[in-house]
Structures are given as structure tokens and as C-alpha cells.
Design a protein around this ligand. Structure first.
Ligand code: SF4
Length: 415
């Protein structure tokens, strides 16, 4: 039930995080594992080939537990802490392996237990080819209003190299079906730095995504994560991967092309048509609170960054014991005021708008300049930051063109 009295604040008086206005829900299943991926997900094959088989049963058990986790979380909160969610993000894994009715039931549980804001942004990650037209319709009716499709690239040899199971035609169909079902907000993920990829490949992938009608694109770099087949294959053959300069050229190609088409970058990896930024990710970059549901999910509220057990059984045990508060995570980290300020800086610099001095002051009662003056001046001198023309100390800071290329050097100053 929604609180009728004053609601728990977004930030506590010292600026640390209070209530969670967002929720991330992790769905840990994929048809098979992509060679580069170290996200927590179980390769279960295609559950639709056997609707009563073990994979389908495993997913049903997961759905039951995640709904219990949501309900128990709400029950363990003060009524004033149950603020309506402004953004909800179902990620994974491949959330769309769950039947649409199950996804709808989970979203409904979030609404009943915690409440959804009238203008909630409800995103579903989907792999092209995992949803039929009627599935999109059912999901739209259930309240999802944003789809994020993992395209990565359109060239068959690059998709094969990544171990992806779709092709570009399936992506086109997915965007078409999503739009026909009433989804206006559709995002595509693209990948930079795939072995054998060139700027031309990226340009063609961007063009295909734009032609399909997406309103948002994220461009991620391929990273070699220890323990993945990609790491085994390429760690000793760095020459098989695009060099740093080549990767930057691929990334730049994507961002320039997107900007020219009316989707300017608003974050290091993200570009959107006006009005179509990902509000959920913006909450992360503003270092705001969010719930984490499902195995391996991370959350942040009441000043604590916490995470759920990675594996299904320990996660289920913890839910059944009712150990669902941030304080129940033995490895949870209390973020104090100084650390919260640091986070607001380095996460804020991911956004091309940068760190607004007024917003920072409204939260922490002090200007960035008052706390970080030396560091900011040094980064300005090195040409990594630029600031607007407001008089000191009210100026806002953002990454310069050089700073975008060397963003990690800026982040390190605040981590
Ligand atoms: S589909 Fe996504 S989550 Fe699943 S293995 Fe591939 S990259 Fe990882």
C-alpha cells in the first residue's frame, strides 16, 4: 500500500541515499552462454521447446521466489519508505525467456507491493527473436513501456564471433513488432571492439538500428572478462582484437553517426532522441537509490550498497528466511557522506551534462568547488574537464572532448 503521510526522502539530511525510487530485477537465464559474457546467467536452452520441461520449471520457481522477495521486501519496510517506483528495469540474462504472463505477474507484484509512479518507465531487456508479436502486445498491456534489444552488430560473422543466436533480420522484426504493439521507446545495444570489426561495420549497424526506428542506442566496449571463453581465446592474442585507437574510432563512428541522425550522446555510452533518455540508468549515474531483486542483483538504499547471493539456492534461502533488507547482506557497504559525494562526482561525469553545482549543493549542502577545488582546477588545467561560465563556486563541470577519451583518469580522481 502506498504511504499516505510524508514519504521517505530520496536523500537523508547528510546527502546519503534514502529511499529507492527505482528497481532492477535480474533474470538469470539465457538460451546459451555468449563467449564474452560474465553476467550471472544459466544456459538453459530454449524453454519453449518443452513447456513442461526442467528449464520451464526452473523459471517458474525463480518467478515465484522473486515475487516473494518483492513482497517480503515491502513488508520489511516502514510504510513511509515504500515510495512509488519511478523506473523499473528487468535485465539479465534474457528476461524474455520468461513467459509474458510471468513477466506481467512480476511487474504486477512490484506495483502491488511497492507502487508504481503514474509515469513509471518500465524497461524489459529482450534478445531479438525471443518474442512474438502477441508477446509484445501482452507485455505492453501489462505496463512495460520500454524495450532494450541486444543487437550488438548486424554482420553475421561478428554475431557468430560473439556467440549470439540472432541475426539482423530478427532485430528488424522485433522493432517492428514492438512498435506495432505500442512501444514508442525502443533501445538497441551495440558493441565496439569485436575482433575483426571496423568503423564501417559499426556505421552499418548504427544505420540499420536507426532505419528500424529505435529511439535510444547504447554502445558498449567488448571487454575480456577472466573466466570467459573470450578471455581464454584472446588474452594471449591481443593483436586479434582492435587496438585502443581502432576501438575509439569505432566508438566515435557510432556516436557521430547517432548525433547526426538526431540522437546526441547524453552519457559516455548512450545516445537518445530528445525525450528518450533511459531514466533508469540516469538514476544510477545520479547515484540514487534502487532495489535489487533476483540472484546476483545489486541494490542501494538506506545508505547501503548491497547485493544478493549469485546462486539460485542461497538466494532462495535468504528470501525464505526473510533476510531481504540491505542490512541483511553481510558484505553490504555503508556509504558515508564523503563517499556519497565522491560517487556523485565520478558517476555524474558519465553524463555529458556533467555535475551540476546546484544539484550537488541541494543534496550535500556544499558546492563541488568547495569540496574538490584543487582536483577540479587540476583537471581543468589538464583539459579533461570544462565548466560553464557561472561565477565561482556555482559553475558546473563536465568532461571535455579529451576527457571523454580519457574518462577513467577523471573518475580515478574521485574513486
Ligand atoms: S544473452 Fe546477454 S546475458 Fe545472456 S549470455 Fe549472452 S550476453 Fe550474456
Amino acid at each position: 500500500m502506498r504511504p499516505s503521510g510524508p514519504v521517505f526522502p530520496r536523500y537523508r539530511p547528510d546527502g546519503t541515499v534514502g529511499a529507492a525510487f527505482s528497481a532492477y530485477l535480474h533474470v538469470p537465464f539465457c538460451v546459451r552462454k555468449c563467449g564474452y559474457c560474465d553476467f550471472h546467467s544459466l544456459a538453459i536452452g530454449d524453454p519453449r521447446s518443452d513447456p513442461d520441461g526442467p528449464a520451464a520449471r526452473q523459471m517458474a520457481a525463480y518467478a515465484e521466489t522473486v515475487r516473494e522477495e518483492i513482497r517480503r521486501t515491502a513488508d520489511a519496510m516502514e510504510p513511509s519508505e515504500r515510495v512509488p517506483l519511478e523506473t523499473v528495469y528487468f535485465g539479465g540474462g534474457t528476461p524474455t525467456l520468461l513467459p509474458p504472463a510471468t513477466l506481467a505477474a512480476i511487474l504486477d507484484t512490484l506495483g502491488t507491493a511497492l507502487g508504481l509512479a503514474d509515469d513509471v518507465e518500465a524497461t524489459l531487456e529482450a534478445n531479438p527473436g525471443t518474442l512474438r508479436p502477441e508477446d509484445f502486445r501482452q507485455l505492453r498491456e501489462a505496463g512495460f513501456n520500454r524495450v532494450s534489444l541486444g543487437l550488438q552488430a548486424i554482420q553475421p560473422f561478428l554475431l557468430r564471433r560473439l556467440g549470439r543466436i540472432h541475426d539482423a533480420t530478427r532485430f528488424d522484426e522485433a522493432v517492428r513488432d514492438a512498435r506495432a504493439a505500442g512501444f514508442r521507446n525502443i533501445s538497441a545495444d551495440l558493441m565496439a571492439g569485436i575482433p575483426g570489426q571496423t568503423p564501417r561495420h559499426m556505421a552499418d549497424s548504427v544505420d540499420r538500428a536507426l532505419a528500424a526506428g529505435v529511439t535510444h542506442v547504447s554502445v558498449y566496449s567488448l571487454t575480456l572478462e577472466p573466466g570467459t571463453p573470450f578471455h581464454t581465446r584472446y588474452a594471449s592474442r591481443p593483436d586479434a582484437l582492435p587496438s585502443e585507437d581502432q576501438e575509439r574510432a569505432i566508438y566515435r563512428t557510432a556516436m557521430d553517426r547517432l548525433a547526426a541522425a538526431g540522437l546526441p550522446a547524453y552519457e559516455i555510452s548512450s545516445a537518445a532522441r530528445p525525450g528518450f533518455r533511459c531514466r533508469h540508468n540516469e538514476a544510477y549515474w545520479m547515484a540514487e537509490g534502487y532495489h535489487g531483486f533476483g540472484p546476483a542483483a545489486h541494490g542501494y538504499r538506506s545508505g547501503i550498497r548491497y547485493s544478493n547471493p549469485r546462486d539460485m539456492d542461497p538466494w532462495r534461502d535468504r528470501v525464505r528466511q526473510g533476510a531481504v533488507r540491505p542490512e541483511d547482506d553481510p558484505d553490504g557497504v555503508r556509504i558515508n557522506r564523503d563517499e556519497a559525494m565522491d560517487e556523485a562526482m565520478w558517476l555524474g561525469f558519465r553524463r555529458l551534462d556533467g555535475v551540476s553545482a546546484d544539484t550537488f549543493r541541494a543534496r550535500f549542502g556544499t558546492y563541488p568547488e568547495e569540496r574538490y577545488g584543487d582536483r577540479l582546477r587540476q583537471l581543468l588545467r589538464r583539459g579533461l574537464l570544462e565548466r560553464d561560465g557561472a561565477p565561482d563556486p556555482a559553475g558546473s563541470y563536465r568532461l571535455s572532448g579529451l576527457g571523454l577519451d580519457l574518462a577513467n583518469q577523471v573518475f580515478l580522481e574521485f574513486v
